[in-house]
Design a protein around this ligand. Sequence first.
Ligand code: NAD
Length: 260
Amino acid sequence: MLKGKNALVTGSTSGIGLGIATALAEAGCGIILNGFGDPAEIERISTDLQGRFGIKTHYSGADMSKPAEIRTMIAEAEAALGSVDVLVNNAGIQFTASIDEFPDDKWDAIIAINMSATFHAMKAALPGMKSRGWGRIINIASAHGLVASPNKVAYVAAKHGVVGMTKVAAIEAANTGVTVNAICPGWVLTPLVEKQIAANAKQSGISEEQAKHDLLAEKQPLLEFTTPAHLGALAVFLCGDAAATMTGIALPVDGAWTAQ
Ligand code: NAD
């Protein structure tokens, strides 16, 4: 379905990004991987995608907190695979503390990686997409791009910012063949959330199973985690013809979290 297209997924060495990269590879896209991790493990992911789906891959270790590295990543990806037709802005981090105790450096890092990186990557990738008359930008926001929780000031601010810039980009790119959408997941069981579960279990003196249940129950009427594969399938749908006029939306995939 996406044969001949290339997709860059930021933060695709783990979790949701890896799930989306895998689904796009299965749909025929060449894949540009990005993110941190053990070089041997990243090489294994790359070889696995090539072998299973017969696609080309490229890896960029660009740090999403650095605008110059983001620009270089897009230019190198276009040179290596010929184009960046699909851009998935997914890399993200989390830190929790109340506003009065929130460290300045954590605020700066979360705003840079979870929000500003999406601006810099869209800015660098849009000209190529517009010149080819086709492009798909998918920004991984969060339920926290639509509603707030305590102790997540930087994350909630960054994700609301991503939802806002998704709308601006969609309006600006209308009638160019480029669509821009945000996906707003509820809880997805990835290393990012496993850390929060382990911390909650330790703090409350409960089992990790109980902490998982409590985490879901606090926010989601539907007591199941969304999976990276669910979000991968949704990303493939947003790249397809059926979604040609879906643009500028922030789509919750959150077990009715934000329906309340
Ligand atoms: P994860 O920790 O499993 O993966 C994060 C990825 O981002 C990794 O590949 C990591 O190497 C990369 N990364 C981190 N900092 C980076 C940097 N400076 N430069 C480049 N890459 C960097 O997390 P995840 O849960 O898969 O989260 C992915 C995205 O989904 C994040 O934006 C997160 O906010 C969002 N999200 C997650 C959930 C959830 O429940 N897990 C819910 C809603 C939204």
